[in-house]
Design a protein around this ligand. Structure first.
Ligand SMILES: O=c1ccn([C@@H]2O[C@H](COP(=O)(O)OP(=O)(O)O[C@H]3O[C@H](CO)[C@@H](O)[C@H](O)[C@H]3O)[C@@H](O)[C@H]2O)c(=O)[nH]1
Ligand SMILES: [Mn+2]
Length: 607
């Protein structure tokens, strides 16, 4: 839905009828997510254009950091000045860091030992001890907010996603409160867009094309994926209600409620209230009693033997908890709606550098493969539940794009090298060759036209083409190995948090080095380095004619050269210095793998 016109937004005279909204922010690591980032996100949320007494903001910190805690306390004091200021002057971007971005950012995170002590004395999780990662954190926020405010709608954002359009909640409510939307639409999703981005998307993760074509296209099916942030959810849906039961209301008995939601009488009461649509006012709750109960139900032990993470709340079992939750909601027959107001609703930080970008891609690939190999596989959703066929195909598309296709890409890269070494073919020769070339050309022209039509540059297109090869063969392939290890019960998957750099200033962004690919010792770069070395050595052998002149086709040689061009950042990485260099440890491992592969191929000739 394009709600770029503001005419349908509820007028302020209707403010009395607006429902309360709970706002959720998750943060997890004070080093990778410096407190200044979640603080800005929270301040931008508190300053939304919405009746202040109907908003309640909850922050979870899986890192249990005294820095973040202190920064947020300071932020709440600052909010008393900031929020009225924004409203008075109708500021659009209500995150101070962004608003004052020309001036140096003030560090808010000065710790005092007193706070540190008090915080450590509190129970609420220990750092480095995870409980279903973000999904666990979201469920805690759901229970705690249920006790205190119990708002029928919950807006959740990642700690780096600031509000860019103060009317976002009103826009989303236009959809969710609509008489048809009320019965059919589970959540309103805003696209995940970024600010202070690098020119031409050097790391291929700004997702402009994904949003413009795929997400918008899905809006015409059962609706966009839940992307884990920038989303207004209905509490009842999170509590497991399906569209059918929406009409008849909740039919669960007290025992069933207790079995699903845990044995806290208070939680069961708030859930029953949520099903009836009853919310709490500050005067309804005795905060000192509630804090005690909240501490109790916030502990992960509370979920033991209940339906949390299985039938209710954020569902466990995948580190892309967002896609899994969205999928289970769609399976129940709900729709979702895309909401694209003007100006853009939220903006966040796109990860830069090689290791950060790869870690994120790898996590997504692992999470999506976890879904594919579980009972929540979209195919079952269509066969046995209410996931529509085309929606199922959309889910399969991302599972394939991030996870499955990596196996094929790596296999083709090996096959190609095998053919060149053994002087054989896998692509048709002579006239048949035209088919392969035609496919390649048509596909490239089509994707270029998509980029140009979206107002992006040719360079951005190429960066995305290249990065999609690199991400797939490195992050995707490693993800596949991780899943294998998980299935063999050798190791479990974990949520590697994306490092969030404090937003770049203009002069840094214009610096060419900002877009250069960086490396670290991580094994995620091993497949790529090996593939590159393999191509380089076989091309070299061909060039020196160490190898009998080709029986293998021109197309194979062309593919090999194309791979080298795609891997240009790796090629440079062989000769650069510092973080731009591929570490020797990786190069050695790659050389061994390359020799081993060549040896195997030669073996097949002799054999
Ligand atoms: O154990 C954890 C791990 C992460 N987080 C929070 O989860 C959010 C997303 O983490 P981030 O490292 O920024 O991951 P991204 O890859 O940038 O996130 C995208 O992908 C995730 C799924 O992999 C979704 O949950 C996110 O909403 C989506 O923006 C952040 O606020 C974190 O603080 C937690 O609360 N607990
Ligand atoms: Mn993020």
């Amino acid at each position: 839905m394009d709600s770029s016109s503001n005419q349908n937004l509820p007028r302020s005279s209707l403010a009395k009828e607006l429902p309360p909204v709970d706002l959720f922010v998750t943060t997890a690591d004070p080093e990778l997510e410096p407190p200044i980032i979640p603080v800005n996100t929270v301040l931008s949320l508190l300053a939304l254009d919405y009746p202040t007494h109907k908003l309640a903001c909850y922050v979870s910190d899986d890192g249990c950091s005294p820095h973040t805690f202190y920064a947020l306390q300071e932020a709440s004091k600052f909010a008393k000045f900031w929020v009225p200021f924004c409203k008075k002057y109708d500021v659009q971007v209500r995150a101070p860091l962004r608003y004052f971005s020309d001036k140096p950012a003030v560090s808010m995170a000065n710790e005092t030992s007193e706070f540190k002590q008090e915080w450590l004395q509190m129970k609420e999780k220990r750092p480095k001890q995870s409980h279903h990662f973000k999904a666990g954190a979201m469920n805690v926020l759901t229970r705690v907010s249920g006790l205190i405010t119990n708002a029928p709608f919950m807006l959740n954002v990642d700690c780096d996603m600031i509000v860019n359009n103060p009317k976002v909640v009103l826009h989303a409510l236009c959809i969710l409160l609509d008489s048809k939307g009320e019965k059919e639409v589970a959540f309103a999703q805003f696209p995940q867009q970024f600010y202070a981005t690098l020119k031409d998307d050097p790391f291929g993760n700004q997702m402009a094309i994904f949003i413009k074509y795929l997400t918008a296209g899905m809006a015409g099916l059962q609706g966009p994926f839940y992307s884990g942030t920038n989303c207004l959810n209905r509490r009842k849906v999170i509590y497991g209600l399906s569209p059918d039961s929406m009409e008849n209301g909740n039919s669960l008995s007290e025992e069933e409620l207790e079995q699903k939601f845990g044995d806290s009488k208070e939680i069961v009461k708030t859930v029953a209230h949520a099903f009836e649509g009853k919310t709490y006012l500050p005067s309804d709750v005795n905060i000192s009693i509630v804090v005690d109960i909240a501490t109790q139900v916030a502990s992960c032990g509370y979920e033991h033997g209940t339906g949390w993470g299985k039938q209710v709340g954020w569902i466990y079992g995948s580190i892309t908890e967002d896609k899994l939750l969205g999928l289970t909601i769609h399976e129940k027959g709900w729709r979702s709606e895309l909401c694209t107001p003007n100006p853009i609703a939220f903006t966040g930080i796109a990860p830069g550098g090689g290791p950060t970008a790869m870690a994120q891609q790898k996590r997504w690939a692992i999470g999506l493969l976890e879904i594919f190999f579980s009972k929540h596989c979209p195919l079952f959703g269509t066969m046995f539940h209410k996931l529509t066929l085309r929606q199922c195909l959309a889910y399969m598309w991302i599972i394939n794009y991030w996870g499955l296709k990596s196996i094929f890409e790596v296999s083709y890269a090996c096959l190609l090298s095998h053919c060149i070494i053994t002087n054989s073919n896998f692509l048709p020769k002579d006239l048949g060759m035209c088919i392969a070339i035609a496919f390649f050309t048509v596909y490239k022209i089509y994707t270029i036209s998509e980029y140009l039509a979206a107002g992006l540059s040719f360079r951005a297109w190429w960066n995305n083409q290249r990065m999609s090869r690199i991400a797939s063969m490195n992050a995707g392939f490693c993800a596949f190995i991780c899943i294998l290890l998980k299935m063999l019960r050798i190791s479990d998957t974990i949520f590697d948090i994306t490092k969030k750099d404090v937003p770049l200033t203009d002069d840094v962004r214009d610096d060419k080095d900002a877009g250069r690919f960086t490396f670290d010792e991580s094994l995620v770069f091993l497949p790529g380095t090996t593939i590159l070395l393999l191509q380089l050595s076989i091309l070299f052998m061909k060039l020196l004619r160490l190898h009998p002149l080709s029986e293998c086709g021109v197309v194979e040689i062309f593919c090999s050269i194309y791979l080298v061009i795609c891997y240009w950042p790796f090629f440079r990485g062989l000769f650069e210095k510092g973080k731009y260099r591929i570490p020797f440890s990786l190069i050695y491992k790659s050389i061994i793998l390359t020799c081993f592969f060549v040896h195997l191929c030669k073996g097949t000739i002799d054999g």
